[in-house]
Design a protein. Structure first.
Length: 95
């Protein structure tokens, strides 16, 4: 969280966050999700998540996103909205 706070100093227009929930217990994930939500007000973000569906916090962050990009082997393999993902993807399931 210190990293997220430090990243917002100077009011950058874009934040890049890699695996923000890795290694956290569910209560910690919920707290970090709230911190990220506040940090992203008025900003764009590039957030790296290793897989979806993931934890509830990861799924909630994805659901708030305007656009999802899927990479495989350092190549863009898909691009869609969260709504399209949950309605069209065969291997994706929201629990």
């Amino acid at each position: 969280m210190v990293g997220i706070a430090a990243a917002t100093l100077g009011a950058p227009a874009l934040l890049a966050i890699e695996e923000p929930f890795a290694g956290l217990e569910p209560s910690g994930q919920a707290y970090v999700e709230a911190v990220i939500g506040r940090a992203l007000i008025g900003r764009a973000a590039l957030v790296s998540l290793s897989e979806l569906p993931g934890s509830p916090s990861e799924d909630a962050l994805a659901a708030r996103s305007q656009e999802l990009l899927f990479l495989s082997g350092q190549r863009l393999v898909a691009r869609c909205s969260y709504r399209d993902l949950v309605t069209r993807a065969r291997s994706y399931r929201v629990v």
